[in-house]
Design a protein around this ligand. Structure first.
Ligand code: ZN
Ligand code: ZN
Length: 589
């Protein structure tokens, strides 16, 4: 999992408006790379004005004090902006741009088409109340120390001015919402109230702001909290006779899949590949489990059901785990081992100048405990990278035990590979060296997650963990999570899969605990396509590596592939593929 400090996810496009005139490219401009770079800049400037929340999350702070009311007028402005950009893009001949700009072009085009589609077809602003959760951006402004505290607190204050109008409009626009998303929104907004009711006031005490002004600021925060409470209450009591289903349906799913993942496969193809992979993994797991059985169970008879057999071996291995207080130190101890291994095997070059800081997960980020990686924002490439570790403090012993068994001694190492080395942290370090702002702002999630998954397997394939069968078995379990996420997401949103069947898939075929499976079921009812990213990206990278091997013949080597792949930044794998497989043009003799 990766926790970008990007507050504004793809769904936030609806918060817009405010700009007077669009800065489209003037037609007389040249069509070369230099003019494309100039155009990219105006493209972003225009977008930030129309989506200040997204700007804040990207680390662009000019519009921090703006909260746009999500009305027809602001949606029209964004739609017009997207159409103008698509027209401007069409004036460039994409084939004549250099490699990096070519990829940017495709990303920008996809982004604008996606905005059109979201506003005209998806229309989540009508049926997904959780798109009206503004807490994230306010929390970001309050907690991220990118500017002096007093300045951030004043921007926060200004931004609150539109909160009443914002929620008045939201109540007007929402029609027959999805029940699950309505509940989600009410819960999230209630959870976020502390930002306005408590955290803002606490921070005011630490800032050097005159008393009278402070009082004004505090009053507005309390009034804002009341408005948010009012909206959450409105959601809870909303009469909704014909709620929309949480299932997206085949057509919208296939469009969303295209815009969000930007991969070569269709949803059906990816689903088929996941089913096949699941079978292959089950087979491998059975082979390993049979081999390990005598070591853990002696002469006890093996269960006849192969999934039961695998589950029992996994359960037994999972009892090797750290104690609650050792979780963070165990992570800190693992990282240098990973670094040493990557170096010894020459898998790729690591950059020691951008260290990874392991820290306790900051309170305002805490959601599901566990671990996540925070990357510096696109406008702050020299910022710190963090490995956030959730605390198990105050957990019921039974819950903590179940969690620690999940993150047993083997899984903990896989987690570190995924989040850090050579996973997210290393990928991010390479991406920050690629000069394009476009690629970091619109970072492709399938590529990012796919790389982390690919990295796990690559480490094991190169002998990480002394080729211990336990390590491989636990990795297969972890990997099944990605694979089954894809099967679940597709089946639920396009094939009407029941909750019962979904839970059975996760608990029996992916060896998950009931609580984890229930959590995943909840997630699939409030999101779509997101869960596909891990397996989608992994599959594309593996396919690309095969093709690249073929192209390079005996000149192929793994380090070269890894470094070249990462050098393009967080771009969709299909465009990296286009660049990596391009035939080198031979200079004429
Ligand atoms: Zn991840
Ligand atoms: Zn235990």
């Amino acid at each position: 999992m990766i926790k970008k400090i990007f507050v504004a996810a793809a769904t936030l496009f609806i918060m817009l408006g405010g700009c007077k005139k669009d800065s489209s490219i003037s037609p007389q401009l040249g069509k070369d790379d230099a003019s494309f770079t100039i155009y990219e800049n105006s493209f972003l400037q225009g977008l930030w004005k129309l989506d200040p929340d997204r700007a804040t999350g990207a680390g662009y702070h000019k519009y921090d004090s703006l909260l746009l009311v999500p009305d027809d007028k602001s949606r029209d402005k964004l739609l017009t902006y997207a159409k103008i950009q698509l027209d401007s893009l069409s004036r460039f001949e994409v084939t004549t741009l250099n490699e990096a700009n070519k990829i940017d072009y495709h990303i920008m085009e996809n982004e604008m088409q996606s905005i059109e589609w979201q506003l005209q077809q998806l229309r989540a602003y009508q049926w997904n109340p959780s798109t009206y959760n503004i807490t994230g951006t306010f929390a970001y402004i309050l907690n991220e120390p990118y500017a002096p505290l007093a300045k951030r607190l004043r921007n926060f204050y200004e931004k609150m001015a539109n909160i009443p109008a914002y929620y008045k409009e939201a109540e007007k626009v929402i029609k027959n919402p999805v029940n699950e998303l309505t509940e989600l929104a009410a819960g999230q907004l209630t959870d976020g109230l502390d930002i306005f009711e408590k955290d803002y006031g606490d921070s005011l005490k630490k800032a050097n702001i005159p008393q009278a002004e402070q009082k004004q600021m505090l009053d507005r925060a309390h009034a804002s909290a009341d408005v948010i409470k009012g909206f959450a209450g409105w959601l809870k009591t909303l009469k909704n006779d014909r709620p929309r289903s949480f299932r997206l349906g085949k057509d919208l799913y296939s469009d969303k899949f295209k815009y969000e993942l930007q991969i070569e496969s269709s949803p059906q193809q990816l689903y088929n590949a996941a089913e096949e992979r699941k079978k292959m993994i089950h087979h491998q797991m059975l082979v390993i489990s049979k081999k390990l059985w005598p070591k853990y169970f002696g002469t006890k008879a093996m269960p006849s059901d192969s999934l039961d057999l695998i589950a029992q071996v996994i359960d037994t291995i999972s009892t090797k785990h750290v104690q609650p207080g050792e979780f963070q130190p165990a992570i800190e101890n693992t990282l240098p081992k990973l670094t040493a291994f990557v170096k010894a095997k020459g898998l790729l070059t690591l950059d020691p100048s951008k260290p990874l800081i392991v820290r306790k997960e900051p309170g305002y980020m805490a959601g599901v405990a566990g671990a996540s990686f925070s990357a510096p924002g696109p406008y702050d490439k020299n910022g710190n990278s963090y490995f956030n570790v959730g605390s198990l403090n105050g957990w019921a012993p039974e819950k903590a035990e179940s969690y620690l068994r999940e993150y047993n001694n083997y899984m903990l190492q896989i987690l570190c590979i995924h989040e850090a080395i050579p996973g997210h942290y290393v990928q991010q370090t390479y991406a920050n060296k690629a000069p394009s702002l476009i690629k970091s702002i619109f970072g492709n999630n399938a590529m990012i997650e796919g790389w982390a998954v690919y990295g796990e397997e690559m480490m094991l394939d190169n002998g990480y963990g002394n080729d211990e069968p336990e390590m491989r078995l636990i990795w297969y379990k972890w990997h099944l999570r990605s694979v089954c996420n894809t099967i679940l997401d597709y089946s639920v949103h396009t094939e009407n899969m029941s909750k019962e069947d979904g839970l059975k898939l996760l608990t029996r075929e992916a060896f998950q605990q009931q609580a984890e499976a229930e959590g995943k079921w909840h997630r699939v009812t409030v999101s779509s396509v997101q869960l596909d990213a891990y397996f989608a990206g992994y599959k594309e990278i593996i396919d690309l590596r095969e093709a690249y091997k073929k192209k390079m013949g005996d000149k192929y080597n793994l380090k070269d592939f890894n470094e070249k792949f990462l050098s393009y930044g967080s771009a969709p794998v299909m465009y990296i593929k286009e660049a990596m497989l391009a035939k080198e043009v031979q200079p004429p003799n």
